[in-house]
Design a protein around this ligand. Structure first.
Ligand code: HEC
Ligand code: HEC
Length: 286
C-alpha cells in the first residue's frame, strides 16, 4: 500500500499536533457534545454564566472529583462535599443538571477538551458570538415579531409563541407547553446568560428542535431585547387562548405537529414502562 503525499502530510500534521499537547485532539463527537450540553451554562475563559467559568477547572479540583461531579452533580452536592457547596453558593443555588447520556469515558474526554481549550489564549468557547452593542427599540420590535412568528427565523426554527406566552401579547396569547417567559430575563440572570441559554437551549423539549434549526446571533439579540423589555414593562394581560392561537395559521400547524410528537413520545414511554415492569413481576412469580 502506498500513501499519497497530501495524506502523509495530513497524518504527520495531526500526529505532531497531538504530540504537542501530549494527548489525542478532542473528537468531533466530544466537541459536539460539549456544544449541545455544556455551552449554554459555561464559558471557557469568558466568565460565569449559570455555571462557573471552566477555564483551568482542572487546577481547582482533581480529575476524579470532576468526573464524579459531571456524572452526578446532585449526588456530590448531597454528600455534603464542601467544595461543591461552595460552587453551588457562588451559582446562587442554580443546580447543574445531570446531563443525559453521559458516562465516565465521555466525562474524561470532556475534561481533556476543557483543559485543551483552557490552555489557549482565547478559546472559541470564551463567550458568545453575540455582540454586546446596545439594544435598540428596533431590536425589541424584531424580537417581538420573531417571538410571534411574524418574522421567520433564518434557520427555520419554530416561533417561540408555539410553546410560550408572555404578558402583553394581546388577544391570541401563546402556547402552554413551555413556561410563561415574562420574567425569564431576570430568572436566567440577564443578557449574557439568556443569550447563552438561547444559543444552545438546555431544555429537553427545545434542544432537539433548535439544534437542527439554530437561531442566529442577531436573532438571539433581538429576542433578548424583547424579553428584557417584557420583564421591565411587566404589564398583565388577559389569559392566553392557547388553542385558538395554535389553530391560527401555518405556524400553528407546525406547532401542533411538534406538540403531538412530544406528547406521543411521552405516552409511548408511559405505556412501555408498566409493560416492562409487569413482565418483571411475572418473571419473579414463575
Ligand atoms: C443547566 C446549567 C448547566 C449545564 C447544562 C452544565 N453545567 Fe456544569 N455547572 C453548572 C453549575 C450551576 C455549576 C456549579 C455547581 C452547582 O451549582 O451545581 C456547575 C459546575 C460544573 C463544574 C465544576 C466547576 C468548578 O468550578 O469546579 C464542571 C467541571 C462542570 N460544571 C462541567 C460541565 C460539563 C462538562 C457540562 C456538560 C456535560 C456541564 N457542566 C453542563 C451548570 C451547568
Ligand atoms: C416546542 C416547544 C417550544 C418552543 C417552540 C420554544 N420553547 Fe422555550 N421551552 C419549552 C419548554 C417545554 C421549556 C421548559 C423547559 C423544559 O421542560 O424543557 C422551555 C423553556 C424556555 C426558557 C427557560 C425558561 C425558564 O424560566 O427557565 C426560555 C428562556 C425559553 N424556553 C425561550 C424560548 C424562546 C425565546 C423560544 C423561541 C426562539 C422558545 N423558547 C421556543 C418549549 C419550547
Amino acid at each position: 500500500m502506498t500513501l499519497n503525499a497530501p495524506k502523509t502530510l495530513l497524518i504527520l500534521f495531526f500526529a505532531s499536533a497531538s504530540l504537542a499537547r501530549g494527548q489525542d485532539p478532542p473528537s468531533e463527537e466530544t466537541i459536539a457534545f460539549y456544544e449541545q450540553n455544556c455551552m449554554s451554562c459555561h464559558t471557557i475563559g469568558g466568565g460565569r454564566l449559570t455555571g462557573p467559568d471552566l477555564k483551568g477547572v482542572s487546577e481547582r479540583q482533581t480529575r476524579e472529583w470532576l468526573v464524579g461531579f459531571i456524572l452526578d452533580p446532585k449526588k456530590v452536592i448531597d454528600s455534603g462535599d464542601t467544595y461543591a457547596a461552595e460552587i453551588l453558593r457562588e451559582s446562587r443555588g442554580a443546580l447543574m443538571t445531570k446531563v443525559p447520556g453521559i458516562d465516565r469515558t465521555l466525562a474524561e474526554k470532556l475534561l481533556s477538551f476543557i483543559d485543551a481549550e483552557s490552555a489557549k489564549e482565547t478559546s472559541r468557547y470564551a463567550g458568545l458570538q453575540v455582540s454586546d452593542r446596545p439594544l435598540t427599540d428596533a431590536d425589541i420590535a424584531r424580537g417581538r415579531r420573531l417571538f410571534l412568528g411574524k418574522d421567520r427565523f433564518e434557520g427555520g426554527a419554530p416561533a417561540c409563541v408555539a410553546c410560550h406566552t408572555v404578558n402583553g401579547l394581546g388577544g391570541l396569547g401563546g402556547g402552554r407547553l413551555g413556561p410563561d417567559l415574562t420574567s425569564a430575563y431576570a430568572r436566567l440572570e440577564g443578557r449574557n446568560a439568556l443569550a447563552a441559554w438561547l444559543s444552545a437551549p438546555p431544555s429537553a423539549v427545545m434542544q432537539p428542535v433548535y439544534r437542527k434549526h439554530p437561531v442566529e446571533s442577531e436573532e438571539i439579540l433581538a429576542l433578548v431585547a424583547f424579553l428584557k423589555n417584557t420583564a421591565e414593562s411587566g404589564s398583565s394581560d388577559a389569559p392566553p387562548a392557547t388553542l385558538s392561537f395554535l389553530l391560527a395559521g401555518f405556524g400553528g400547524a407546525i406547532a401542533l405537529l411538534l406538540v403531538f410528537d412530544f406528547l406521543w413520545r411521552k405516552r409511548y414511554r408511559a405505556v412501555r414502562r408498566p409493560l416492562a415492569s409487569g413482565r418483571l413481576a411475572l418473571d419473579r412469580q414463575s
